[in-house]
Design a binder for this molecule. Structure first.
Ligand code: SF4
Length: 703
């Protein structure tokens, strides 16, 4: 629908940032984005947050990679403080695509020859399209020959998925966030939607105004608190104790839905036994929440006709993250709160395509659609589809791959759109692993911190420069369309992956992402009745979808669950302490996460003028009491120390912070908080404990 008078074009797409999946329209002139407006998409109804409106300067940023780069001989693999990503030729030289691709693939294949398939690994990205995720995991599985492929879902909701798969047989949400408008009671826990899922938060606020009662359960206060009926602020790390106390009330006061439990679940007796004695009174002081409040919250949730639970990484990023999610699932199952309008379980997904990238198989223990690599029948189906043998051993996860590099097992890596040199826990250790790699290929938009360790850097495409599908937190598969040409010699990601695959001996010949999507439909039952052509017409279709002309299912599991018995199961758990409890040497809890204006490791949003102007410098959020205790004023510089390192940054007062806790966003390279975080993993989801590390605070020494 171009406007010839102004030569302005409009192209419809989806926001590249969070898992809400807002549909948007680019207004384009002279091959640049003039401005962006929201469309009437199923997840946003015309709304956009500040990132979706003002977050696109990165696309035409002068530091964009426009030619392949190869590390100069003799340049050490390390983060050089003097390195300027806008002038990378100090450390790298430009190369032709032929030379760079040959070097990239030869290096990987030589390591495979010398050390076998287990010598290589790949990180894909939740920022990639579904088609790119599919191709990347297929390359690792069929070209490298192992299942050592993972991505940042490991760092956000892997524990939620582990619990959901175990208890209800599916890792995706059971209902969209729009169902909050139908619910009587909504629990928000371990999430801060006004910051991390801003447009979803607008619908939550709308629901609250219509009468939905929100119960917020979180150590930190937040903007949604103004809309809440009840707020329970508990001590960090005591989640399971608090949820078990709520379950105790539901069991002891017989508030559970006995008919639902009998018809749809297994294991309730085990749950009853597990929560016996964990009364609100017994847990109150440990959790820091008044027993009456716990009791009231449990009653309110259990007695609601329709209730939902939303959670975020405050739940998942713990060594007991899977246990936390198991408790939330138990709450919903015990009260019969799934399978109907206004009910359900919804882990709010972080990145724009973390749902789709996981569905497409960027996970080391499962093939696409969460089909286990250990299942011979599953492997046989994919072996037929891809005409090759597949490895039956589950692969290593993100943090495990770093350990395997240190142990000398993994020798070479291909990293697409991920930035583990900023996003992994205990960064000194992770960066040392990247430096140790004998061959590292990085495909990205910029010379990120990770790319500074690369042997070969391949210039990728940004989201407005390509066609592709993404899947949001609501299971809505949505189409993004190319709006801009690619700068310089940068190339579409699917094309680059295919070039590497061909050089690894794979006979790939895709001409367009729609051909990849068609192949995905053959291996992913979740995409039944969702063709590329349908997405071109409709823009968004929810899975599962029962027919070519039917809308997808917003709420699932009304009758049965996709488990062997057709029933969901309770998975009772006992409280465990954090891996690194506070003590007299490190008396404060360090928690990390995101800010509204910045995204993940900041490589895109810190290159957006408006966003960077709003949040230009590294900050740490502290309660007024904590600032006073330190003898500091807001705006002064603070040093945070853990057993792994120290950083210095600006102290900011946050009225929502409890005393004894500090929160730091992880997007600031100049004060990378992941230098401090604890790499201890949840044993099921293999997710690190980003939400709890013991630290010490002090005013920064004068510089
Ligand atoms: Fe983009 Fe999420 Fe903001 Fe929507 S809420 S505009 S998807 S960042």
């Amino acid at each position: 629908c171009g406007d010839s008078a102004s030569a302005e074009q409009q192209v419809d797409s989806v926001c590249p940032y969070c898992g809400v999946g807002c549909q948007l329209r680019y207004h384009i002139k002279d091959d640049a984005i003039l401005f962006v407006e929201g469309r009437d998409g199923p997840a946003n109804q015309g709304r956009l947050c500040v990132k979706g409106r003002f977050g696109f300067d990165y696309v035409r940023h002068p530091a964009r990679l426009t030619r392949p780069l190869v590390r100069r001989a003799g340049v050490a693999k390390a983060l050089d403080p003097a390195f300027d990503p806008a002038n990378p030729l100090t450390h790298f030289r430009e190369a032709s695509w032929e030379e760079a691709l040959d070097l990239a693939a030869d290096g990987l294949m030589q390591l495979k020859q010398a050390h076998g398939p287990n010598g290589l690994a790949g990180f894909g990205s939740a920022k990639c399209s579904n088609e790119e995720a599919w191709l990347f995991q297929k390359l690792v599985r069929t070209g490298f020959g192992s299942n050592h492929v993972d991505h940042c879902t490991r760092l956000c909701h892997a524990s939620s998925v582990a619990a959901l798969m175990e208890c209800i047989g599916s890792g995706a949400v059971t209902a969209s966030f729009m169902q909050a408008l139908e619910a009587d009671v909504v629990i928000l826990t371990g999430c801060n939607p006004a910051v991390n899922h801003p447009v979803a938060a607008t619908f939550f606020k709308q629901a609250a105004k219509q009468g939905t009662r929100f119960i917020i359960i979180d150590p930190r206060g937040q903007a949604m608190g103004a809309y809440a009926h009840r707020v329970l602020r508990f001590h960090p790390g005591t989640d399971v104790s608090l949820f078990n106390a709520m379950l105790n009330v539901i069991v002891e006061e017989q508030l559970y839905d006995a008919d639902y439990i009998a018809a749809h679940t297994e294991g309730f007796e085990r749950l009853k036994t597990q929560v016996r004695g964990q009364t609100p009174e017994a847990m109150a002081s440990h959790c820091g929440v008044d027993a009456d409040e716990i009791r009231a919250a449990a009653r309110e949730f259990a007695l609601a006709d329709k209730a939902m639970i939303f959670w975020g990484m405050g739940i998942s990023q713990h060594t007991h993250g899977t246990d936390n999610a198991r408790c939330l699932i138990s709450l919903a199952l015990a009260c019969g709160q799934t399978g109907r309008l206004g009910t359900g379980l919804h882990p709010l997904r972080g990145q724009n395509n973390v749902q789709g990238a996981s569905d497409a198989g960027l996970i080391p223990m499962v093939l696409p659609d969460y089909q286990p690599v250990t299942d011979a029948q599953v492997r046989a189906a994919f072996e037929e589809l891809w005409s090759t043998k597949l490895d039956a051993e589950p692969g290593l996860t993100v943090v495990e791959i770093m350990e395997a590099i240190h142990a000398g097992q993994i020798r070479g890596m291909y990293i697409l759109g991920e930035n583990p040199a900023m996003s992994d826990p205990d960064l000194e250790h992770a960066r040392a692993a990247l430096a140790k790699l004998e061959h590292l290929v990085v495909q990205d938009l910029f010379v990120t911190e990770t790319a500074q360790y690369a042997d070969v850097i391949l210039p990728a495409s940004s989201w407005p420069e390509k066609d592709g599908t993404v899947t949001n937190t609501n299971r809505q598969v949505q189409l993004g369309r190319q709006a801009l040409s690619l700068p310089g010699e940068s190339r579409p990601d699917w094309w680059i992956i295919q070039q590497i695959a061909q050089r690894c001996g794979l006979p790939w010949d895709y001409q367009h992402p729609r051909e990849v999507f068609a192949e995905m439909q053959q291996g992913m039952p979740s995409l039944n009745h969702i063709s590329w052509e349908r997405l071109e017409r409709e823009g968004s279709v929810t899975y599962p979808c029962p027919a070519d002309d039917a809308p997808g299912e917003d709420v699932v599991f009304s009758d049965t669950f996709p488990t062997a018995s057709g029933k969901a199961s309770f998975s009772p758990v006992r409280p465990l302490p954090p891996d690194e409890p506070v003590d007299r040497h490190y008396p404060t809890v360090l928690s990390t996460g995101r800010q509204l204006e910045h995204w993940h490791t900041g490589s895109m949003t810190r290159r957006a003028l408006v966003l960077d102007a709003l949040e230009p410098e590294a900050v740490a959020m502290l309660s007024p009491g904590e600032i006073r205790r330190l003898g500091m004023q807001a705006g002064e510089r603070l040093t945070i120390t853990t057993r792994r390192g120290e950083i210095t940054l600006v102290a900011r007062v946050d009225e929502g912070m409890p005393n004894g806790m500090v929160f730091v966003p992880f997007c600031y390279a100049e004060a990378a908080v992941n230098l401090l975080t604890n790499p201890a993993l949840d044993p099921y989801g293999k997710i690190p404990e980003f939400k709890y590390a013991a630290c010490r605070l002090s005013p920064a020494a004068p510089s």
